[in-house]
Design a protein around this ligand. Structure first.
Ligand SMILES: [Zn+2]
Length: 115
C-alpha cells in the first residue's frame, strides 16, 4: 500500500517536472521574442511598423508568443505583405528611424486586424 502510494507520487512529480520544463521553455521563447521586438521596434507588442524584403512598410499587430497569421522566427516573421500583396519575411523597424512620409505610408498600410 505504502509503496504504491510512493510510486504514484514519484510518477506524478516527474510528470509535473516535465510540464514545468516545457512551460519554462515556452515562457523563455516568448520572453526572447518580446526582448527582440523591443530592441528592433522599441515596443513590446501591439501595432508595430514592419518592413518586408521588398522594402514595403506597413503596420501589423505583433504580440510576442501569439500569432495566427504568420510564421515567427524570432524577430523575423513570414507573413503576407498588404502593400505588394505577396508573402515575405518581415522585420520590425523603429518608427523613430523613419521619415515622416515613410511613417505615414506605414500607418496607412495595415494588414488584417488579427494578431
Ligand atoms: Zn511587400
Amino acid at each position: 500500500m505504502g509503496t504504491i502510494c510512493m510510486m504514484g507520487r514519484r510518477h506524478d512529480s516527474k510528470r509535473r517536472g516535465r510540464f514545468r520544463r516545457k512551460a519554462i521553455f515556452a515562457a523563455g521563447v516568448v520572453l526572447l521574442e518580446a526582448v527582440a521586438l523591443r530592441i528592433r521596434s522599441g515596443r513590446l507588442g501591439g501595432n508595430v511598423i514592419v518592413r518586408c524584403r521588398r522594402g514595403h512598410l506597413f503596420t501589423t499587430i505583433w504580440i510576442p508568443g501569439g500569432s495566427l497569421k504568420s510564421l515567427r522566427l524570432g524577430w523575423w516573421r513570414f507573413q503576407r505583405c498588404p502593400v505588394g500583396h505577396h508573402w515575405s519575411v518581415v522585420t520590425p523597424v523603429k518608427a523613430a528611424e523613419l521619415s515622416e512620409q515613410e511613417r505615414r505610408s506605414a500607418n496607412e498600410a495595415r494588414d488584417i486586424r488579427v494578431p
